[in-house]
Design a protein around this ligand. Sequence first.
Ligand code: HEC
Length: 173
Amino acid sequence: MKKNLFAVLVSVVVLFGLVVIAYAVHEEKPSETMVPLPGPDAVKLYYYITKDNPYDKWELWPGKGRLYEGREPHGAFLTTYVNNRAYFSAKDKTGKMADSSIVVKENYTPVKKLAALTVIYKIKDYNPSAGDWFWAKYDPYGKVLASGKVEACIKCHGGNKANDFIMTEKIGK
Ligand code: HEC
């Protein structure tokens, strides 16, 4: 009888512990939807993708591994991360990336040293004639090298306008 009571007590304590841990984890790591997305601001966007919702915990571009071979101008090797919105848009071949999609691409040199981050972030009604993408380029320490409606980015990616300015692969069926 005593033994049973002990077992019950232990279970209660363990359960309580689990609830506390679950709550703490939940508090510490809010889901993507709980952290408000930044506006068209490269410094805030960098904070968001490195602190609020660190991109290195996101999915990779569907079907792409780490350090795959890239093309000019981005880098010899690339690793491309996508937030949930972007992941499902690309994976489900919706033909268009959903609003609030973010794609973060690490650009590496031929000796696999990180050279830059290039980011696209879809903000509803930000720039309708160019897919509503906010463009940003950072050095490896987060310094903003270019941002906004960057002409050079739009010009080259614009060759794939029908693919929502995405170059990595066809996102439609
Ligand atoms: C001369 C053409 C060119 C220019 C300029 C260019 N890109 Fe790209 N971009 C590409 C190509 C090609 C890819 C596909 C990846 C690869 O194989 O290199 C790509 C891929 C990307 C991706 C991954 C999502 C996608 O579209 O497939 C991001 C993010 C990106 N570029 C951001 C930028 C930003 C930000 C700029 C401007 C600072 C920029 N790019 C300028 C050609 C270009």
